[in-house]
Write a protein that binds this ligand. Structure first.
Ligand code: AMP
Length: 221
């Protein structure tokens, strides 16, 4: 099953996508994570993307599309995937459809995880990320067992450099400018399902799994 997770930064897409990927045994593809990897390793793509990311702006479509196309060519994509952070605009949604069409494939379901502004600001402000394994924590809502240390790989946790007040504001503005047309695009294709990201992450995960199981019997345990 090919699943897209849509929603504002801070709605919990990353957390849900990681957990859903484990439950359904599907690869999780986050364009944000892939771009951060490129920045970290100072690749040609990373060098081009870094400035946009620091400012909370979208990295040019063609750069992200090329990166995603390479990921889609991996053999682990056959059974499906959970795509998080892509598409961000209509042009990307159409590119995604074209990429999959070339493989005689399509997106099956789009889950729109919305969240209120109050929750978004609170979540992003306290978010802590492990730079080694990518696990997410939150200073208050989901603290690590040892302060500032990743539960899984014992590395130091850090705030994402784009999780500062000014960049958060810009990222939300960019998101709001594009989301309405994306919602309409997938609504018209009858692929869109809405869930509230304001709820407890465990509850959101249960609802998401129930939804996917209802749509595809092969995922029923
Ligand atoms: P995220 O981790 O999804 O919040 O993404 C972090 C940053 O990476 C965004 O603010 C953008 O600068 C960039 N980015 C991630 N996904 C995309 C995308 N699909 N298109 C363009 N830029 C992206």
């Amino acid at each position: 099953m090919k699943i897209v997770l849509l929603g504002p930064p801070g709605a919990g897409k990353g957390t849900q996508a990681k957990r859903l990927a484990q439950r359904l045994i599907l690869p999780h593809i986050s364009t944000g994570d892939l771009l951060r990897e490129n920045v970290k390793h100072v690749t040609p793509l990373g060098k081009k993307a870094e400035d946009y990311m620091e400012k909370g702006l979208l990295v040019p479509d063609e750069l992200v599309a090329e990166m995603l196309m390479r990921r889609f060519d991996s053999p682990d994509m056959k059974k499906g995937f959970i795509l998080d952070g892509y598409p961000r605009n209509i042009s990307q949604a159409k590119t995604l459809d074209e990429m999959l069409k070339k493989k005689d494939d399509k997106i099956d379901v789009v889950i729109y995880l919305d969240a209120s502004e109050r929750i978004i600001i609170q979540r992003l402000g306290g978010r802590l990320v492990c730079r080694v394994c990518g696990a997410n924590f939150h200073e208050k809502n989901m603290p690590p067992k040892k302060k500032g240390i990743c539960d899984f790989c014992e590395e130091k946790l850090a705030h994402r450099s784009d999780d500062n007040a000014e960049t958060i504001r810009k990222r939300l503005e960019v998101y709001r400018n594009e989301v309405a047309s994306l919602i309409q695009y997938y609504d018209e294709q009858k692929k869109l399902y809405r869930l509230s990201g304001d709820e407890d992450p465990e509850l959101v995960l249960d609802k998401t799994v129930q939804l996917v199981e209802k749509l595809d019997d092969t995922f029923k345990v």
